[in-house]
Design a binder for this molecule. Structure first.
Ligand code: KDG
Length: 316
């Protein structure tokens, strides 16, 4: 039995050792990244049973990714190393503010070898939640059909579906993102979206109008992630604004939303009250931005409890 299953591309992420324009950066640290993967690792560290559907290059980077993700406790039954394409890579640029840009080398991702037939009903029958994002369908047109197949199988199995739009305009146009992602919305149970993405998907500027638009698709549970401004959660008729958790020093904002997702998904699967779920998710997101890398800051359960003051810290 899995709590969460996701599908997506895993990348070797080259993190700059110095800040500023990438053209002047000479040294990088090899890390790993990928929107779906970050959320999955976050869930694994929080104690959920996790599984990944992916393809990696049959190369040194692919083996590094495979071993690292397996080391996080993720079920790798549906991950294969393939000869056709090399493992995807991206380079990050980080500015003094902690914000930055990403440069992808993933035109021919090994996940291009996946087809809708790669997904089987059994994968979903033993899974509580199927998590999808806007990154995987943006990488290759065929991936949209794969996601549709995943949604169909998840629905048949009674598996919940969560969506993070994670719109990457380097991968597809705003119009295409909107067209494809809104077509998924009627099947989504749990929407985890940034505020700008919500505006793009709904055409609305005002939060309540965005929420009404999402509820119009039949979505019960919605989280609007607002970065330094906290988050807004909706669960049925309940609605709550949650102030941000203090990240201390912000060193790298990439992956914060994925961390929030992991915390929120944990709360939903554990049927926590919305207030507890939002506070927990905001804390996980804040912990991610205080550490360099897309997923290194993802905490284990005890670390979140300590941060929330629910656990005593014994240093030595
Ligand atoms: O959400 C963070 C991810 O987006 C990052 O780890 C990698 O840019 C990335 C992607 O496209 O998955």
């Amino acid at each position: 039995m899995l709590d969460i299953l996701t599908i997506g591309d895993g990348m070797i992420t080259m993190n700059p050792k110095t800040k500023g324009p990438l053209r002047f950066v000479h040294e990088f640290e090899r890390k790993i990244g990928g929107a779906e993967l970050n959320t999955l690792i976050g869930c694994a560290r929080l104690g959920l049973r996790t599984g990944w559907i992916s393809r990696l290059g049959n190369d040194e980077f692919g083996r590094h990714l495979f071993n690292t993700v397996r080391g996080e406790g993720v079920d790798m039954t549906h991950v294969q190393l393939v000869d056709e394409y090399p493992t995807s890579v991206n380079f990050k640029e980080i500015l003094e503010t902690g914000a930055g840009r990403t440069f992808y080398y993933r035109q021919d991702s090994p996940t291009s070898t996946l087809t809708p037939e790669s997904l089987a009903p059994e994968m979903f029958e033993q899974t509580r939640l199927f998590h999808i994002t806007g990154v995987f369908p943006a990488i290759a047109p065929n991936n949209i059909d794969i996601i549709r197949q995943g949604i169909r199988l998840a629905k048949e199995a009674g598996t919940l579906i969560s969506l993070d739009p994670n719109i990457r305009l380097k991968l597809w146009s705003a119009e295409r993102a909107r067209e494809v992602l809104t077509s998924f919305l009627p099947d989504v149970d749990l929407l985890l979206t940034g505020k700008e993405e919500a505006a793009l998907l709904t055409g609305e500027e005002e939060e309540q109008a965005m929420i009404r638009a999402f509820q119009g698709y039949g979505i019960e549970t919605i989280a609007i992630k607002k970065g330094a401004n906290g988050s807004l959660g909706v669960d049925g008729n309940e609605q709550l604004e949650m102030p941000p958790a203090d990240p201390g020093k912000v060193v790298d904002t990439v992956g914060a939303g994925d961390g929030f997702n992991a915390g929120f998904i944990l709360g939903i699967l554990n049927e926590w009250p919305l207030k507890q779920t939002l506070a927990f998710a905001n804390t996980v997101g804040a912990m991610v931005v205080s550490v360099m890398g897309d997923n290194e800051g993802l905490p284990v359960m005890e670390e979140v409890q300590t941060r929330l003051g629910k656990r005593e810290v014994i240093q030595r």
